[in-house]
Write a protein that binds this ligand. Sequence first.
Ligand SMILES: Nc1nc2c(ncn2[C@@H]2O[C@H](COP(=O)(O)OP(=O)(O)O)[C@@H](O)[C@H]2O)c(=O)[nH]1
Ligand SMILES: [Mg+2]
Ligand SMILES: [Zn+2]
Length: 320
Amino acid sequence: MGYILPHESNAHSPLSSSDPAAPGETALVLVSHGNRGIVLSPSRGEIEVHYRRSVGRPVCGDAVTVNHDAGEMAAVESIHPRRNSFARADARFRQQVVAANLDYVLVVIAAEPAPSRDLLERYLVAAHSLDIQPVIVLNKAELLADAAPADDGPLARLEEYAELGYTVVRTSCKANPGVAPLADLIAGHTSILVGQSGVGKSSLVNRLIPDVDIQTGTLSHSTGKGKHTTTSTMMYALPGEVRDPGFLVDSPGVWEYGLWEMEAGDLQHGFVEFQPFLGQCRFNNCLHASEPGCAVKQAVDQGQIRAWRYASYLRLLEQS
Ligand SMILES: Nc1nc2c(ncn2[C@@H]2O[C@H](COP(=O)(O)OP(=O)(O)O)[C@@H](O)[C@H]2O)c(=O)[nH]1
Ligand SMILES: [Mg+2]
Ligand SMILES: [Zn+2]
């Protein structure tokens, strides 16, 4: 394979300057379990690697330095600094990193199962706090084609999310409009699919990646188990441009609801329309709840911030 790694296509890329046969080659982690994984090596394609004990735990999307002369199996010597990372909450609500160096968090929602209240806000806040651009994907779009939803949940507010500046993409794995608009958006980028179980994330992967079974087979043949498993977070290469195809991370089943507890102070940065008003409150540690002289609350009263977004903020604040 002739892939180059995402974001390393420029002249000062570590790849362009390195001898492909040299021990210290930069490779991209596609799947990682325990102390092993599969990386995409510019010189050797997809190869199994183990991690030196000192290295820590690479995740999909990590750029790592691989030593091909380390013995039977190539060894990861180091993890390059991460541009960002996506995390889920573990059982104690602590952040656990599952993928790194992402361009987009694709937050998938659908009419069925209907999104729970504040789910979309929670994902948007998470993406902002992790410094990754969120994209709202309405899958099963054909189910909403003729009937606008009666409720006041996110499905009825997609236009307003677009007005707030979010990219909203409609897809269907069963009918029009298909997945082409999403394919165009994510080509050449690295993205992760998140959202409730049943909204169609795996169906989107199957539509977006024609050889997904082959890639899954290769990636599953890792870590000594060698069996076809879809229980791990995996990074797939998108079709198209061989030199810079883009990648898509799917995270089967495990962490679809699990967002970590957010800091009260982080929350406000996840609401894009609050930003012009932050720093203008009477108290510099204002959480914009019931404090006097709150510029955010005043903006709500004057119609510059939507009341339903502010209400969602207050609910998330209460839960934080
Ligand atoms: N009507 C409709 N059903 C879909 C669509 N995409 C996926 N599904 C169905 O939704 C169910 C859950 O899909 P799946 O991809 O497993 O969701 P995941 O849990 O998010 O990975 C399956 O029965 C799919 O066939 C769509 O665009 N329209
Ligand atoms: Mg799935
Ligand atoms: Zn305030």
